[in-house]
Every structure is written in C-alpha cells, then in structure tokens.
Design a protein around this ligand. Sequence first.
Ligand code: LLP
Length: 418
Amino acid sequence: MPTTVFNYKDGKLTTNDIQLEELVKQYSTPLYVYNNDHIIDNYNQFMKAFDNKCTVHYAMKANSNQAILKSLAVVGCGMDIVSGGELNRALSAGVDAKKIIFSGVAKTDDELSDALNVGILQINIESEAEIYQLNNVAKKLGKVAPVALRINPNVDAGTHDKISTGKKTDKFGIDIDLAISLYDKMITMKNIDPQGISIHIGSQLMSAEPFVASYKKVAELAEKLIKNNINLKRLDLGGGLGICYKTSDSAPDVNEYAKMVFDTVGHLNLDLHFEPGRWLVGNAGALIGKVENIKSNDLKTFILCDVGMNDLVRPTLYNSYHHILPLNEINEYINADLVGPVCESGDYLCKNRKIAKMSKGDYFAVLSAGAYGMTMANNYNSRVNPAEVLVVGNKSYLIRKRQNIDEIISRDIIPPVI
Ligand code: LLP
C-alpha cells in the first residue's frame, strides 16, 4: 500500500481508528477524507530533515481547503500561491502574509498590487516583461517589491510531460543564461528589490538526479550574483518531491533530499525555502465512492460508481495510478475497470486492474487523493463537488459542505429576449 494512514482494522477501512463507513453514513459519497495528523507529521518530518533550518511554503494548489491551510499555518508553515484567489484564501485562513510566496506564470496588475499591499515575502518573476510590469505596479503604490527570478534550468525532471516545468520547452521561468543581466538590470530599478533565486522543475519527481542537476545550476548562478554585489538573501528551491502511489514505487527519502540540498547549495549560507505540495498532503487523503452497478461483456467487466472524472481527474489526465480498496475488506479479486457516471470514455478511476470483487452498494476508497484531487474538481455534467472531511486525532469534522446544485445553476442568466 502507498500509505499507512488508511488501513484495515477488523476488516473495516479506518483512519485513526475511525471507520470510513461511519463517515459515509454521515456525509454520503463522493467524499474526500483527509488525515490532519499525517499532514502535520509530514510537515514536521520535512522540517526535521532540514534541522529546522528552512521555511516551508506549502503549495496550496495541491489542496486549498482553509482548514488544512490553517492547520499548517498554526505550526509555522507558509504558503506558495499562484493567484489572487489563493492569496485571498490563504489570508482568510489566517496565514501570515510575510510567509507567502507568489509564484504564477501570468500575474495580472491587480494580483501583483494586492500582493504588494498585504506585504508578502516574495514575488517570483516568470519573464523579463514581468519585471517591468511589477516595477510599474510597485511604483504606483510607492512600494519596493521583494522578488526572485524563477530560473528555468533546462533540466528534464523525468516526470509526466504535463507536470514538467524545468525545460526550455515548458512555459515556466526565465532562461538561466539571461539571469545575470536581468539581476544587474533589476538593481538599477527603484521599485524592485532582487532578494532571491527561485526554481521549480516539475512535480512528482521520483529520483534525486534532476534536483541535483538544477540545484547545482542555482548554486553556480548564486555565486556569480553574489560576486556581482547582488544582495541575495534566499533560495526558493520549489516543490516536486514525489510520493508513492503504488507499493512498487520508490520515492526520494526526505532526509536524503535534505542532505543533497545542503551538499549542493549549503555553502552559500542563504535562507532556504521550499514549496512542497503533494508531499505534504497527497497520501493523507482518500476519495470515497460507492458502487452503483456492475456490467460485463465477453471482453470486460465494468464496475460503475458514483465518482466521476470531475471529482478526481488525475487518472485520465495523467494516466495516474491510485490504489483502490473496499471499505469492507474483500479477499476475492476480479479484473475490471472502475468507471464513473460522466459521459466520457476517459471517465475512469482504473482500467484493466486486478481489483477487489465489489458488489452493488459497496463503498471503496481511492487512496493518495489528498493532493490535486478536490482542487481540480469541476462541475462537468452539472455534477456537484464532493464534501470534505478532516480527521483530527479521533474526531472527524466536515470542512467543506457538498456543493448544492442551486449554487451551480443559479449563476446562469437567461436573457429576457429568450
Ligand atoms: N511550486 C510551484 C511553482 C509549482 O508550480 C508547484 C506545482 C509546486 C510548487 C508544488 O509541486 P508538488 O510539490 O506538489 O509536486 N495537478 C498535477 C500536479 C501539478 C503541479 C503544479 N505545480 C497532478 O495532479 O499531478
């Protein structure tokens, strides 16, 4: 199993000894369930690996429920945001603006000005044009913007193409070869203060090599900038640490990752900042669904369930594997596709998988759904977003109500001429 947070006790799938079936009785399905203790343990483990000598800015795009943001903020975690919406969400959850870093590839003037007005820690610049844009916005506000250039090191992260961000052919960051001249330019600008270098080469990295290759490039650049009298304070080394979705996966160990970071950039004595998303929350979450019907033909068995690609898009978007377990343990298996109700052939949770032989009415958990699950959910087929529950110790709390169909359809406006 990819995680030990959801496990069987007396044949019932539980988390912190709470039976998931009990949560289903209370809140119905589809239902996201997160284990808060695991999220906080992960945060503490990350900090411990760095001997507390770093700041974590949780990439809240992974899971932005305010209960989770607050829970992380309370233990000292900052946030990595990518939009004005995420800025509002983080502030509303009580996150300290001074611990917020703004990544984001096409920021608007309004977003930049809101970020400057609340005084966030750093804005990561994604293009030369954004330097001038931000300088203008900051000038109008009479402020000096603390910035880092997000460097594109042209390193292949070896991950799925759709979540690779560090190659020249990816839209992210600024060519590393242009960096020195841009930092030289920035120090001449009154409303820009270059304080850091930022990098993020992709998500779900399963080996250390791409990190090593890109952090070495960051170190070389930092040395040159320091020689050029750029007053660097910090390195923002991004997120990307992969997690195990399958038993056979082997993800980089966080302690080895920390050692590699110290080995490659430690000598610079700059503050270290990180933006992990998936690593903190991915394996802390499960999506619970219900088997509605089963049908077979001579080639296939389809288990038809109430979880759609609109609730969890990862299997079809990235061909990603999520382990699936029935809430009541079953020791008989069949080969089947577990598919949802959405009118697309891409609407599946797994295909051609040896899976527990479930029957109509059985409930199941899709594991490792804590990251990029609910945040990527949508209303396709006029389906409402699932509810979310947070387990804290031996108690469970509803942290997001199931969406109501009126919330969706009431936004349409039928012109009076029709
Ligand atoms: N920092 C930046 C600038 C990012 O763009 C991301 C993720 C992160 C940090 C966090 O990366 P993580 O630690 O979670 O790997 N929806 C995809 C993943 C998209 C990642 C986008 N950027 C998925 O479901 O796999």
